[in-house]
Each structure stands twice: as C-alpha cells, then as structure tokens.
Design a protein around this ligand. Sequence first.
Ligand code: FES
Length: 108
Amino acid sequence: MAGKSSKPIQVNVPDSSETLVWTANQTLLEALDQADISISHSCGGNGICGTCSVKVQSGLDILAPMEEVEKDIASDRGFGPNERLSCQTRRLEQPASSELTIEIVSTN
Ligand code: FES
C-alpha cells in the first residue's frame, strides 16, 4: 500500500531573509545546515550543548513533541514554551500548517 508523501514545510528565517524547505526525514538543524543558514551546533547535533536553540514565531503545531534529550536541556536552560533545540526537533509528517517561522537564538 502506497503511503502518502509527506507535506513540504516552508521554513522562514527572517533574520537571514532565508526560506527553505524542510523534509520529513531531517531534523530542523539538518534542514538549516543544508540551506547554509548559520546556526551554532557546538556538540555536533547530539543534544548536549544547547547552542542550536531556536525560537518559533509561528507554526509550533508543525513540530513533533519533545523527546527526553530535548526535555532535559529545555528544563536545564529554562526554555520558553516556543523555544526548541533544532538538532532534536523533528516535524510531523502531515501537520495541519505548512509554514514555520523561526528566530535563531545564537549564531556564534
Ligand atoms: S547542537 Fe548541541 S544541542 Fe543541538
């Protein structure tokens, strides 16, 4: 039985005037990196450093819920409700919305 292909998600990064497409098999960090958008990821995407965090301005409903690794960092660092760790963030296959807008918290 053929599955439905996942919905393309457009990601807007107003600070860099960039727009990219996020496919279902990537983390948000991988999608940003593929589009050459500068974002810190000191631990290489292993959910340790916390430098890859982003603030979601719109489209939170596109994101899959946090898993344990991200929950631990979010609680250690006091993340706000719209803050996510991009290396640990995955999107839903078929979210209701198709557009996500994020602010990159740190780029150094
Ligand atoms: S790159 Fe280190 S926590 Fe995401």
